[in-house]
Design a protein around this ligand. Structure first.
Ligand code: GSH
Length: 259
């Protein structure tokens, strides 16, 4: 099944060490051990590598996509406290010094949304179909991917930082920023409430990457006062309950809770 990195025949071994059978046997044993270690290493190392940490919203977006697609991957931890993401070799993966960074063999990517789109397209027929359909369907998914990135995320990310992250870091929440962004998010969620009256998910009747991209910030915000903005809109509330219960997302949360 595996090709050994090198093979030494008994005759070759005896030529190397013709008169010392004990030493020959020891060398042979060492070669077997080295080969076994090599096989173990190559079978463990995975083509897909995600450099990041499970508590990071952007990393979670990529992890959720990989789990939906049932792909094997290696999560390579980045020691952010030590500033690993601001130094080489990490900067060669993402020159902006942010997690996640992604490798698929020789291909290196950064920006979580670009990574998840790549995964969804490359593995279109594997696991959950996240960005499939005819041109019209793909265009609708594209619209809601943009809505998440440009309408939902700016307010949701600021609220996540102020209400979920700052308190953990012992920093003081800026109430003015919270007020401003709650109002912005409420307006976005009003649009979502209307949209979800037309279809079960944002881009149609099936779950897509557009829904998935919302998961990380929504999950953080559910543990804050902002939960009321989701709860007070029945269709948004049902959509949130549905997408946060997905097995792939639960696996991301399990990773986060182990951190
Ligand atoms: N737009 C980027 C944002 C990445 C990002 O903000 N990552 C955060 C963690 S969630 C980070 O690396 N923060 C540290 C920093 O910016 O120095 C993406 O989606 O990948």
């Amino acid at each position: 099944m595996f090709k050994l990195p090198f093979e030494v025949t008994k005759t070759e071994l005896m030529q190397i060490l013709p008169h010392n059978q004990l030493l020959g046997a020891a060398v042979a044993l060492a070669l077997v051990a080295i080969s076994a270690a090599y096989i173990y290493y190559t079978s463990k190392s995975k083509a897909i590598k995600v450099h990041g940490v499970p508590r990071s919203t952007a990393t979670q977006r990529v992890l959720a996509t990989l789990y939906e697609k049932e792909l094997e991957f290696e999560l390579v931890p980045v020691d952010m406290k030590a500033g690993e993401h601001k130094k080489e070799p990490f900067l060669s993966l993402n020159p902006f010094g942010q997690i996640p960074a992604f490798e698929d063999g020789a291909l290196k990517l950064f920006e979580s949304r670009a990574i998840s789109k790549y995964i969804a397209q490359k593995h279109a027929d594997k696991g959950t179909r996240l960005a499939c359909g005819d041109m019209k369907q793909k265009a609708i998914i594209g619209v809601w991917l943009e809505v998440e990135a440009h309408q939902f995320d700016p307010a949701a990310s600021k609220l996540t930082w102020e209400l979920a992250i700052k308190p953990v870091l012992g920093m003081v929440t800026d109430k003015a920023i919270v007020k401003e962004n709650e109002a912005k998010l409420a307006k976005v969620l009003d649009v979502y409430e209307s949209r979800l009256a037309q279809s079960k998910y944002l881009a149609g009747e099936s779950f897509s990457l557009a829904d998935l991209h919302h998961l990380p910030t929504i999950q953080y915000l559910l543990a804050t006062e902002v939960k009321k903005l989701f709860d007070s809109r029945p269709r948004v509330s049902a959509w949130v309950a549905d997408i946060t219960a997905r097995p792939a997302w639960r696996k991301v949360l399990a990773l986060r809770s182990k951190e």
